[in-house]
Design a protein around this ligand. Sequence first.
Ligand code: NDP
Length: 331
Amino acid sequence: STQIQLASRPEGWPTHENFQTVQATHGDLLEGQVRVRNEFISVDPYMRGRMDDVRSYVAPYALGETITGGAIGRVIESAAHDVPVGAVVLHQHGWADAVQADAGTFTVVPEVPGLPLSLRLHILGMTGLTAYVGLTTIAGLREGDTVFVSGAAGAVGTAVGQIAKLLGAKRVIGSAGSDEKVALLTQKYGYDAAFNYKDGDIRGQLAQAAPDGIDVYFDNVGGDHLEAALAVFNDGGRAALCGAISSYNATEPSPGPDNMANIITRALTLQGFTLASYLHLAPEFSEKMTAWFAAGRIAYDETIVDGFENTVDAFLDMMRGANTGKMLVRV
Ligand code: NDP
């Protein structure tokens, strides 16, 4: 199989020199193993963090190790009695066109006619669950809340706006990095207001979109977006700190919000989370999302890059905002 490994640690924005493509030959299947041909590979912002050699909630990628992460594929050979050839499997083996490993490292998922397999890597999978957990368990969303979402046109963000509305939010406001994305937020994703943060004055634009303040902030971006949210929070407001993508490729320490004192004076709760600690909520999410999805109440977008050899470009382009909804590689 062909695999992509981390060759060196990026400083700032990664480049192609930081990655290497290697060929691996798989031996005959051992008892209990399966061989899987990948169909879709996920490229995710958190992968940038794993390219640095720093303490975090997941171990850094080792140099010369295949980049691990979410992928979905089909079993093409099996020596495991419970995982037949043809089964669709979700796994974390990452950036490879094919993988051979113990059947226990794959999760068999049902194949539903008319339902693209790729959705298991976003709206019906981890990104959908991230949106749900952040809004409910972390931010304690209540009916009638006004919600602000940054990174609103991405995989997590498109899910957040819709789920917030379905759970009774009164007003949902989003920010994104292009006029096309901003239009999509209000026209397709049910956002009541949206703005392009690249037009500048994020504080002013948010204040205008939220004349009655916000109760919940779902933060995918950090930095200037968090500062803007802190400025318009109502008393008792709650933030789910999900990501801080504005700083992931920064070489200088990112400046923090200058209005942290509002946390005190307005009695705000800001809570960070990583999904790994909330996987027990997957069944609850799955039940709700399956029903919403079947009722046609969930929209989604995918930006699909064709060809395994373009995986690194897909990852870099996602970090630059080339995606609407989920960025995926079709192998
Ligand atoms: P997205 O699909 O949202 O893709 C990333 C997007 O970030 C880009 O499309 C781009 O959109 C935006 N972006 C890039 N740089 C900036 C910037 N400087 N300021 C504002 N926006 C920027 O990725 P995901 O949905 O997978 O992830 C979204 C966030 O959620 C990330 O911060 C990620 O780390 C976090 N996350 C956290 C999890 C957890 O367990 N806590 C789990 C999953 C994701 P644009 O064109 O709008 O700039």
